[in-house]
Design a protein around this ligand. Sequence first.
Ligand SMILES: [Zn+2]
Length: 133
Amino acid sequence: MIFKKEKFERHILLKKDVRDSILSYCKMKHPNEGILILKGKSKKGKITIDGLVIPPFSYSDPTFAGFPQSFLPLDLDYVGVVHSHPCGSAKPSLTDLHNFFGLVSLIVQSPYDDDDIFAWDSNGNQLSMTVID
Ligand SMILES: [Zn+2]
C-alpha cells in the first residue's frame, strides 16, 4: 500500500452562521442541487470557512451543480465549494472529484439538517469538521 504523505492533516472549522446559510440555500434549491463558493482562510492545515459567494453563471439540475471556473474572479480567499445532494448520500461522485475546486469540498445531503453536512478532500477522503461560533 502506498500512503501519500500529507504535511498537515486538514481540519475544517465552519462558522455556525455560514452553516445555517448553506442549509437554507440547499433547502431553497431542492429538488435541484445548489452550489456555493466557500470563502475563508487556510493556515497549517486548519481551514476556517467564514463566508459564502454565489458563483456567477451557475447551473444545476437534480444530479449536478456546477459553474464555469474560468468566469471566477481570482480571489485567494476561496477555499472550496459546497454543493447539495438532493438524493443519495453525501459521498462525492466521480464528477465531483473531477470538478474539485480549492482545498475542500463540502457536500450536504437531504434533508439538510445540521448533521447532514460533510467535508471531503480532492481524493474523496472525509475530513473532520467542527462548527464554531
Ligand atoms: Zn455531487
